[in-house]
Every structure is written in C-alpha cells, then in structure tokens.
Design a protein around this ligand. Structure first.
Ligand SMILES: Nc1nc2c(ncn2[C@@H]2O[C@H](COP(=O)(O)OP(=O)(O)O)[C@@H](O)[C@H]2O)c(=O)[nH]1
Ligand SMILES: [Mg+2]
Length: 457
C-alpha cells in the first residue's frame, strides 16, 4: 500500500528515516516522498539522512515550559507533549501541507511510547490525522525496556492506551524483546539522556529537573539550562544535545532497521517499482482488512536462501537488494522449493522473535506475505502453511498474498498477527505503571483509580 509516514519524537523520526532508506534499498515505492517528522527540539533531527529538511517540523519550542527544558524538549513528560501539541495545533496542521493524502492508502505514525513527545504529542497528531480523511491511520508504537525508568513504563502504558483508542491499529515494537540487539552505549545508564526517560519518579515528585545527562553532573541544572537556551537561540541545537541523540541513534540502529524492514515488508508488500503480474498478489485491501480489527498487532519474519545460480554472484553482497536483483537474475530459474520448506518458512516466521511477543492464538486475523521469485513458491506449501496457521492461531481469517521478486535470491515470509490480546509485556508494563503511581505518595486515590481504569483495554 502507499503510505504517508509521520515520525514523532526522536525514536519516531529515526525509524521513519530508516524506512525511507530501506524503501530505496529494496526498490519499493511506498511513501513517494510523503514523510514528515515532528519534534519539540531541533536536536532530534541531527542524525536524519533521508527525511528532507523541509519535511522536518519543530513545534512547541517557544512554549515556556519546553523552552525551559532547552534541547530536552518535553523532557519525558507526555502531558507536556499533549499540551504543546494542542497549543500549536495550527502549526502542526500547516506542516501536514507537505503530505499528499490523496496519493496514499493509509498513514503510519511512528513514536516511542516511553517518551514525552512521541507518546504525548503523538496521540494528538493521531487524532488530527484521523480527522483529515476516511483512510486508515496506523501507528507503530515502541515500548520501553525493563531497564528504563518507572516513568517510561508509566508513559508507555498511558500512551499505548490512547494510541489503541485513536489509531485504526497499533503495531507494537517491544524494545525489551529486542534488548540483546541494543548496542551498549558508552554511558553507564540504560538510557543516554532524559529524552530516553531516565527521569525517576522521585525527581518528578520533588519537582527538580531530573536531567540525567551524562557528563554534566558537576554543572547545576540551572547553568545547563541557561547555557542551552543561549546556544539554542544563537546557533541551533547544542553540541551536548546533538551528541546525546547521536549516541541514541547508534544504540538503537539495529532495532530501527529490524522495525523498518518488518513494517516495510508488510505494509509495502506489492509496491515494487518493477512489478510482475502475480495471481495471488498481496494488495492494500488485504492489509486494510487484516488491520481493521483495531487493537494491537505484531509482525514476524523469516527468510530462506534459494539455491540458484545468481548471474550477479560477483557483486559484493552489501549492495542494495535492488541492485543485486537487477544483475542477479541470470538465466537460471531458481529450483522450485518443495512444499514442506515453504510451510516450514511460514512456521518459522510465526515462531520468530515477533516485534511484540504474544500468545499466537489470541490473534483475530492474520496475513502472510511471501516475497520472492514466483517460480520458487510451492502453491501447495503455501496453502498448507495457511491451513497450519488457521489451526495454530485458531482463526478462520488467514489472508495470504505474494510479492513477486523474480530475481531475488531468497524467499521471505512476513506474518502479521492482528488484534492480539494475550500479551505479557503489556500486562507487565501496566502493572509497573500502576505500582509506580501507588508509589507516588502525593497521588490522590481518585487519580490512582482513574489510571487503573485507563489501562484496561
Ligand atoms: N527502537 C527504538 N527505541 C527508541 C529509540 N530512541 C528512543 N527509543 C525508545 O523510545 C522511548 C522514547 O524516547 P524518545 O523518542 O527519545 O522520546 P521523545 O523524543 O520524547 O518522544 C525511549 O524510552 C526508548 O524506549 C530508537 O531510536 N529506537
Ligand atoms: Mg526526544
């Protein structure tokens, strides 16, 4: 399907940037330049390579409480994120002018739910996008790791609740499940800066800044804020803020590539520039139907290398798929893959590390996309894989489609499980959030009760 991409906050902007990169590399044309990123601090954009300057919008930065945070923007406070997004709503609407909604089938908003900008302003932007037209608005929401602060868990539990309510579907990416792939940073803390929600409840409760930036421990917070404000006004983002985002971009690089690849394999299925006619092509209506359940979704993926004499085997393997496939077709058709292997591939995709681990049988609908040379796909294998998934997921709604890539040297199965309800990670986050609220002595009973109600979904 054709997609407009909207990234909010540092995580959102970085993942959108990786999706744009992969779009070029994989020869798919999904966004057609319809990409826009938002943040409350300019520094969040420092590492972007693919989102053009004119498609980056800073908002809320002249709002006093954001300005006081300098380059920390909303500083991990989603209520502030919501507030400034509402305050600046006209500016946000104007920023949407760079997007051509008539050219797309749906919009995907990407955000880190543990953050203040992504989780808070992200929800306001979702509402705004829903009011633009009738087309679906999906979200890709990143959940924080267990090593992050209670505040990040609380933010994520609250933001997920709003995202699920507003978006047509929320695809989740759980950083905890992918934690082994997070690169250790040079810093000693799990999160490199306060935008990664290193604030703790105590600092929040006693009203101090809670800035956990490395290296400025000797500086007072006021000094730091004053310096940042001054430099920000004069020269754009401070070197410290830019460095912090650079470190974060590096730490999460592998995760962001995984997220981009899976989302693109699913939502971008069938948007190849050189499209071959296929009998059973995955198309936008299959995707819309699968995600139409609302709720939370998760994506799995597995690949199978094909035995083929690739005419381009002299080419270095780091070249983009698009280039390898251009030269790689050679004269030889790949050997047809036997039915058992195709079935096994789909099974591996379902059993793979999902973007959000869950109980498979709690899914309402599923879609399998098989991408690769049509001649290598055993129809019998694909059918039996589909049947296996119907039994496994205990659902009659298993859609399946192909993405023909005649010159590819591998088969890729991507599976989305839609509206999964048995998700331990979300239960844990919600429990931690409720405990965190209870720990805040200043919190009134009614507020606690309201928050507990809020997490039932
Ligand atoms: N997968 C991934 N997660 C990130 C990345 N950056 C931050 N996070 C996560 O997203 C949360 C919000 O961080 P951030 O996006 O910096 O906050 P915001 O700028 O206020 O929205 C953090 O608590 C982390 O869990 C990233 O690049 N990739
Ligand atoms: Mg940020």
């Amino acid at each position: 399907m054709k997609l407009a991409l909207v990234g909010v906050g540092s995580a959102g902007a970085r993942i959108v940037d990786r999706i744009l990169e992969l779009e070029v590399e994989s020869g798919r044309n999904i966004s057609n330049g319809n990409a826009l990123v938002f943040d409350t601090a300019q520094a969040a954009f420092a590492d972007l390579e693919y989102v053009p300057e004119e498609n980056r919008a800073v908002f809320g930065d002249i709002y006093p409480r954001v300005e006081a945070n300098g380059e920390d923007g909303t500083d991990g406070d989603p209520d502030l994120g919501v507030e400034v997004a509402r305050e600046d709503i006209h500016e946000l609407r104007r920023a949407f002018d760079v997007l051509e909604f008539t050219d797309v089938d749906a919009t995907l908003l990407v955000a880190g739910l543990g953050g203040g900008t992504g989780g808070g302003a992200g929800a306001v932007l979702l509402e705004e996008l829903q009011s633009v037209d009738e087309k679906p608005v999906y979200a890709l929401g990143v959940l924080p790791t267990d090593a992050e602060s209670d505040q990040a868990a609380l933010n994520a539990a609250r933001s997920l609740q709003s995202f699920v309510t507003i978006a047509d579907n929320t695809i989740c990416f759980d950083n905890e499940a992918w934690r082994p792939s997070i690169r250790a940073s040079e810093s000693s803390t799990e999160s490199p800066g306060s935008t990664d929600a290193t604030r703790t409840d105590t600092t929040e409760a006693d009203g101090s800044d809670g800035d956990a930036d490395d290296g400025d421990a000797t500086e007072t917070n006021e000094d730091a804020a004053a310096a940042e404000e001054f430099e920000y006004d004069e020269d754009g983002p401070t070197a410290a803020a830019v460095e912090r985002e650079r470190v974060a971009a590096e730490r999460y690089d592998e995760l962001n590539r995984v997220a981009a690849r899976r989302v693109l394999s699913l939502l971008g299925a069938g948007e190849l520039e050189s499209m071959t006619i296929a009998e059973n092509r995955a198309d936008a209506s299959d995707i819309v139907r699968t995600l139409d359940t609302g709720g939370v979704s998760t994506i799995g993926q597995a690949t199978l290398g094909l035995d083929r004499d690739t005419g381009g085997s002299w080419l270095p393997s780091w070249l983009p798929d698009r280039i390898l496939e251009w030269f790689g077709g050679g004269d030889t058709e790949p050997e047809p893959t036997d039915a058992a292997k195709v079935k096994d591939l789909v099974r591996r995709a379902v059993d793979s590390r999902l973007t959000l681990p869950c109980g498979i049988s709690s899914a309402d609908r599923t879609l399998i996309v098989l991408s690769g040379p049509p001649s290598a796909v055993s129809r019998k294998g694909f059918e039996s894989a589909r049947h296996w998934l119907e039994l496994e997921a205990d659902t009659v709604e298993v859609l399946a489609g192909d993405e023909p890539r005649p010159n590819a040297s591998q088969l890729t199965a991507t599976v989305v499980l839609s509206n999964v309800t048995s998700v331990d990670r979300i239960d844990e986050l919600q429990k931690r959030a409720v405990d965190a609220i209870e720990d805040l002595e200043s919190t009134h009973e009614e507020t606690k009760a309201a928050a507990e109600d809020e997490f039932i979904w």
